[in-house]
Design a protein around this ligand. Sequence first.
Ligand code: SF4
Length: 198
Amino acid sequence: MDNYLYEYDGKLYINLTNECSNDCAFCVRNTSDGVGGYFLWLKKPPTADEIIKKLEETDLGKYREFVFCGFGEPLCAFSELVKVGEFLRAQGKRVRLNTNGQARLIVGDNAAERLKNAVDTVSISLNAPDAKKYNAVCRCAFGDDGYYAMLEFAKQCVKCVDRVILSVVDTIPQEDIEACRKIAENMGAEFRVRKYEA
Ligand code: SF4
């Protein structure tokens, strides 16, 4: 059976899709079939109603956060993301979206606005200080526009979502980490350096 919900470190993760507009060199999908012992390739992506039914049967109080982060880009299943996120937020739960941020190209112009009642935190993979370096590792299907769309989405999220985090993986050069930190600070977002896990 498909694992579209999985527990990890006291949080419940929601695996909406295996689609993604990037092909990152560091993506866990290149080296593993899942996370935390859960097989995360999906035979069929879940509908929002299927996920909500599962959540209704689950003791939600066990989890300190609910995270849209699976074996693919959650924005590729945007309607499900919004509906499930709004269901959880209506119950006062903390909800985070982990994303590549290419919302304009995947969803359209007003994605940040449409997410404001569905998530309280958006964590965006910044990954590099410019489009050329970004695409050297993320190999975006949209080319350089993927990087610019990600920056636009981050700025929009800062205006309408409680918490916005831009992150990089700790394998990039220190000078690039510092340049990325500045991008995040100038935008009014938090900055995080993620540990690379092969
Ligand atoms: S954006 Fe995320 S899911 Fe997509 S290829 Fe990169 S690491 Fe993998």
